[in-house]
Design a binder for this molecule. Structure first.
Ligand SMILES: [Zn+2]
Ligand SMILES: [Zn+2]
Length: 342
């Protein structure tokens, strides 16, 4: 089969011919119909995040059809439409048994620590495979498995409830999903903070109030728009100390700031004024959980989560096209999401 693989960090991905993956008794072999190209993949190619063992097939956002199932798998049969949770986990440790499988010591992320979906076929354990309803196109099913799932996890970690006001810092793939999901949950108001007019216009079309951080100090702006109250939930989806600080500062009494953007830098808070005095909470968000995917798929099936406008381009399974797409992400030239259709 054909696969587009990272051979060496810092170099373009290459197309290789590989034997078909082996299918264990609890595995499902999936014919890839759509694989999302994620900003993380650009980091992996550049060597900014560890990928091993090399060479490795990238691609952690995958939807497809079942090609073959292992001897012990009864939940799926050939030609079923499916999408894949990107973690392969043991299913038996304490973390797995309590639904916190993102901390499973043997968890291996597809497209980072095991071969992923930039290929004609990919194999995953059946517990990481979910039925994809007919109403959801493969492209949308694929990208839902990463950014939308993480946005939902962030909103759940922040304990967002119906009637809450929400601020979303960063209107990228995560942010656009977060806005739609906050709508579904029943947000009273959603403030979308970014500096790019195109992204702010997109957020506005989805029903959010755009806050242009290039034109005004966003915390002051959110305080003005909420008549000095602040928001119940703030999501930081960028990974910058400045926006993390803003996410904390714009909170209302007992507000929750969920931080999902990745940075190794530190940020400051004024403990008394910004956290203790109003019982604010700062919450870490790591990935998402398999158990959250059915909810996400259900909302998408009912049209409450619609990613059709987010996908700007589809590409063939071709190394040159994929490398060019990753170049675009590196240089922040791409505003929407790109998906490989092998
Ligand atoms: Zn991703
Ligand atoms: Zn485990």
């Amino acid at each position: 089969m054909k696969a587009i693989r990272l051979i060496q960090p810092g170099r373009p991905l290459e197309l290789q011919q590989l034997p078909m993956p082996t299918v264990g008794p609890q595995d499902v072999l999936v014919r890839v119909q759509a694989a999302g190209i994620c900003h993380s993949d650009a980091h992996y190619r550049a060597g900014r995040s560890l990928v091993r063992p090399l060479p490795l097939t990238l691609g952690h956002e995958v939807a497809g059809t079942v090609e073959r199932v292992g001897a012990e798998v009864s939940r799926f049969k050939a030609s079923d439409r499916v999408c894949l949770h990107y973690l392969a986990t043991c299913g038996e440790c304490d973390y797995c048994r309590h639904g916190n499988e993102q901390f499973c010591p043997s968890a291996a992320m597809m497209g980072k620590y095991r071969d992923g979906g930039y290929a004609e076929f990919v194999v995953m354990p059946a517990r990481s495979v979910f039925p994809l309803p007919d109403e959801i196109p493969f492209e949308q099913g694929a990208i839902m498995m990463c950014s939308s799932a993480t946005s939902l996890h962030a909103l759940r970690k922040a304990r967002m409830r119906e009637g809450d006001s929400v601020a979303v810092f960063g209107v990228g793939g995560l942010g656009l999903s977060a806005i739609q999901l906050a709508q579904v949950i029943g947000a009273r108001a959603i403030f979308a903070v970014d500096i790019k007019p195109g992204k702010l216009a997109w957020a506005k079309r989805l029903g959010a109030v755009p806050v242009n951080a290039a034109a005004a100090e966003p915390v002051e702006e959110i305080m003005r728009l909420t008549k000095g109250r602040g928001v119940d939930v703030a999501l930081e989806l960028i990974g910058l100390p400045a926006t993390m600080r803003q996410a904390v500062r714009c909170l209302a009494i007992q507000g929750r700031a969920a931080l999902a953007g990745i940075t190794e830098k530190t940020f400051e808070v004024a403990p008394y004024l910004e956290v203790l005095n109003k019982e604010a909470e700062i919450i870490g968000v790591s990935d998402h959980l398999a158990q959250e995917l059915p909810q996400l798929l259900d909302w998408a099936q009912r049209g409450a989560l619609d990613l059709s406008g987010v996908i700007t381009r589809t590409l063939p399974l071709d190394a040159r096209a994929v490398n060019a797409a990753l170049d675009g992400l590196e240089q922040f030239r791409e505003e929407g999401r790109m998906v490989i259709r092998p």
